[in-house]
Design a protein around this ligand. Sequence first.
Ligand code: NCD
Length: 253
Amino acid sequence: ILANLFYDVATRTSSSFTAAMERLGGSVIPINEVRYSSVSKGESLPDTVRTLECYADVVVLRHPEVGSAALAAKYAKKPVINAGDGIGEHPTQALLDSFTIKEELGHIDGLTITMLGDLKYGRTVHSLSRLLSLYKAKLNYVSPEILRMPPEIIDELSVKGVEQAEFNTIAPVLSETDVLYVTRVQKERFADLADYESVAKAYVIDPEIMRSAKDRMIVMHPLPRVTEISLEFDEDPRAAYFRQMEYGLYVRM
Ligand code: NCD
């Protein structure tokens, strides 16, 4: 029995964990609307987790605060899976992302992987870059100045000897890219809406731009997409994001 505890919005992550558990013959206690649970009475996260583990064998947690999953795990006796802690990490997404790369391109070592968009607030790229540091991949980070990959992550990967480079535009790196990992600008993380507006449409991947990319490469996106990949690109065989979403089910199983 899996307790699916979501304090924050989700579609794919929540429903894929449910589908994964049910396909394996288990069942799920879904807690999607914490306002209908005792959390709205002021219950703390450690108490909520200690309650759910009385009834479930494993807890999946999505929470708006960085470190929430680690806090829950500290108090829980049963396994806690981090399904996204604010702008922190999204480790199961990184697992399904690396699975996608292997499934689609056969290997990870030796590839050039370009992460594009909101590298500051996008937790998927924080977890994915750390996971990729276990391989011999080259990482490019393309973002507006205010959305750069956090320096502590770049430093952490440098110490491990990962080759990394930062850019403001995609042009210098697109033709060498094997995996283009596009992310959504995380509107909900901006304190000032004007800042969001200034970068919201910084990059749009469309068939025209993709003419200068390799024939054998893939475009990934954790989804949901807003405007950063045009709908016209979806029919391109290199568009791997819908396949990536399905791999997420198998990885979570
Ligand atoms: C991502 C997330 O929640 O971090 N979505 C997902 O889990 N597939 C990406 C996003 O919200 O932009």
